[in-house]
Every structure is written in C-alpha cells, then in structure tokens.
Write a protein that binds this ligand. Sequence first.
Ligand code: ADP
Length: 253
Amino acid sequence: MIAHEFRRPLDTISKSAELVNRSSANNMLDNEKLGEIMNGIITSCHRLGHLTTQIMNLAHIENDNVRVIAEQYDAAVFMAQMHKLVALYEAPKNVKFSFVVKLKDPEMICDFKKLEVILLNLISNAVKYSRDKNRRVVVKTYEEDEHIVFSVKDNGVGIALHEQKKIFETFYRVESFETRTTEGSGLGLAIVKSYVDILGGRLTLESEVGKGSEFIVKIPRTQKHHYTSDKLVELSPNYHLYKSTVDEAFADI
Ligand code: ADP
C-alpha cells in the first residue's frame, strides 16, 4: 500500500522529465506549459519528501526511539510563524485561515518541532477534507491551567462517530469520496496521536458529518516534569519553521 504512495509521484516526475527532454529537442514547449510541468514535478518532490518524513517519524515511534528536545520559546511567536507561512496557501488552496492567539503568558518549554508536526498535520487535513468552496480553518491557541491548548477547526466533511477512533490508527483512511479523491497515506493522525502522548498532552476530537471537525490538543506548558534525562534534551531557543516544511505538509491537497 505504501509503495503505491511512492509510485504515483515518482511516475509524475519521470514522465514529466521525459516529456521535457523530448520536447526541448524540437522546441515544442512554450514557457507556460513548461511552468506547469515544473510545478507538477515540484509538488511530487514535496509529496515524496513528506511521505519519507512521515515514515521516518513513525519508525522512531515504533522503535521507541523518540527524543524530546525541550526548548524555551514563545508560543505566540511560534503560532505567528506558522500563520505567516500557511497563509501563503490561502489563494492556491481556496481557504481562509483565522489564527486566534490568547495567551497571557506565552512562554513554553516544549519540543516545538513535534508541536509543528502535530499542527501542520491537523491544519493540512482541515483544508484537505473540506470541500472546495468557502473553506474556513480556525486555529486557536489559549491557556487552560498549566496547559496550552491548540485547536484546529474546519467546516469540512466531518467524521462519523464510528470512524472517530479508527482514524488515529496507522494507515487508516475513511472510505469516502473525499479520501478516494485526495492523496494521503493514513499516517498523519497516527503520528499526531503518538506525539501528543509523548509530549504528555491530550487530544480530543469533536466532529459531525457534513458540518466539520475540531481537533483539540492540550499540551503541558513545560515538558520538564515528564521525562527522564535520557529522553529529554534541553536546547537554547533556536526554533524556526521552514517554508519547505509547510510546502511538504500541503503537497497532498
Ligand atoms: P491522510 O490524510 O494521509 O489520509 P491521516 O492519518 O492524516 O491520513 O487521516 C486519516 C483519515 O482521517 C483521513 O484519511 C480522513 O479520512 C480522516 N480525516 C483526518 N482529518 C480530517 C478532517 N479534518 N476532516 C475529515 N476527515 C478527516
């Protein structure tokens, strides 16, 4: 099954490269067509990059080989970086994002790279499993006791009650028109669930078919109490979200 997910983008890349090669010999491609083909190649590369990262993340989880890198960082700045980069996809993916951050104290000691994986999976799914028109995704960040809560809400296709546990299983995809017509491996939510557990958090889902879904992630403000020293590495703050990471997360949509 997973081989199939590699096959499709690889076929796109090799067929596109052959076409460009053949056409360039007799100048048959105009710039617009060439641009289209190159975009197809770039998206396929992003898709392969994303799939490879997801498989590596899962392998670390399954081998119990996940280290938590604790960084002291500002959750509001973290969300601002994410907003800035995902907003680049508003026009191309026909979606309106609203980011609402309400934090009196934004300081967190957390593995921000894992938080990034969690949120990018949830945000890209929120877009992917919404119909083309009037897509709206609301991302909220707020405090609750000694936790920071991140919620990702969409007005998409929703998830039936009997599917709501299964979607967190590795490789599981709901059998529906949306999943048959969208790219995906069924790995994202399995990784999200494991990472939330690893960060000592809680993940809840509220969803109704035809109305939309809200995934709520509650993470302790500090990771320090949850780990023995061999699993917890402390770093000085140097978190940065790369555009290429967001491009890969959005490549399936
Ligand atoms: P993928 O998106 O690659 O299929 P995931 O593990 O991220 O894999 O999600 C598993 C399944 O859960 C998806 O195939 C889809 O059926 C369902 N799903 C995930 N997020 C949403 C959402 N926001 N709205 C509706 N269905 C969703």
